[in-house]
Design a protein around this ligand. Structure first.
Ligand code: ATP
Length: 231
């Protein structure tokens, strides 16, 4: 059996008495760009947190490149763009460069390594379309610039798997398209991508495949109605 970027088999999960996932299965191939759609509250963030190893499923199994999620994270294989807004950083004096470098464990004790990490971070910032903005405070970025900064932070370690949780929900169409373009370009290098959205209709068709989470299970996109109804 060939290796999958993500293999979810019959995953179930409940918050106390509230069932959210009830046998969700998904195979994400290496290099594939897949969109996971579903209505608000369908369990998309919960599923993401299971793939990240932050939540343990009650049943079923999850593997990321044939490892446990925790091992895949420890091996630096996973990049993550959480659902956040610039407001979350309003009172944190953090620049774009510092945000991106924070994913590289930069250290001033080893000056050569620090210089290397700074240059990797600047490269990622440029690739994300933020050239020249590395000294800007994260809390002062526009919505589109902020998402690009989070993307640069995730991509700076050249992950094998990129997970994005609702990256376009606060963006206008132009910024959403620009972000999708950057993700799509990064995927061309062989990275696997799982992008979560409740608003599939707004995304330019730069991805390979859509799956839909509804009633605790994952369906392949089979007809347009099921996608728009989030079923
Ligand atoms: N920590 C928690 N404790 C209890 N219930 C939770 C918790 N987190 C989420 N839920 C509930 O689990 C269900 C799925 O939530 P989840 O955030 O995974 O859905 P989602 O599809 O990501 O939704 P959204 O698009 O609104 O973020 C929702 O009914 C939510 O209220």
């Amino acid at each position: 059996m060939s290796i999958s970027a993500v293999r979810l088999s019959g995953v179930s999960f409940s918050y106390r008495e509230h069932p959210v996932l009830a046998g969700a299965s998904l195979e994400l191939a290496p290099g594939e760009f897949c969109v996971l759609a579903g209505q608000n509250g369908a369990g998309k963030t919960t599923l993401t947190r299971i793939i990240l190893g932050e939540l343990e499923p009650d049943g079923g199994s999850v593997a990321v490149f044939d490892r446990t999620p925790t091992a895949a994270i420890a091996d630096g294989l996973v990049g993550y763009v959480p659902q956040q807004s610039p407001d979350d950083y309003r009172h944190i004096p953090l620049t774009v460069l510092e945000l991106v470098q924070s994913n590289l464990n930069a250290t001033r004790i080893l000056p050569h390594r620090h210089a290397r990490e700074r240059s990797l971070a600047l490269e990622a910032i440029q690739r994300a379309g933020l050239a020249g903005l590395h000294d800007r405070l994260v809390g002062e970025l526009s919505g589109g610039q902020f998402q690009s900064a989070l993307l640069a932070r995730a991509l700076v370690r050249s992950p094998w798997l990129l997970l994005l949780d609702e990256p376009t929900s606060n963006l206008d169409d132009a910024n959403a398209a620009a972000l999708m373009q950057t993700v799509s370009q990064a995927s061309e290098g062989g990275m696997s991508t799982l992008l979560i959205t409740h608003d599939l209709a707004r995304l330019p068709r730069l991805y390979d495949r859509t799956v839909v989470l509804g009633h605790g299970v994952i369906h392949e996109e089979s007809d347009e109605r099921s996608v728009h109804n989030g079923l």
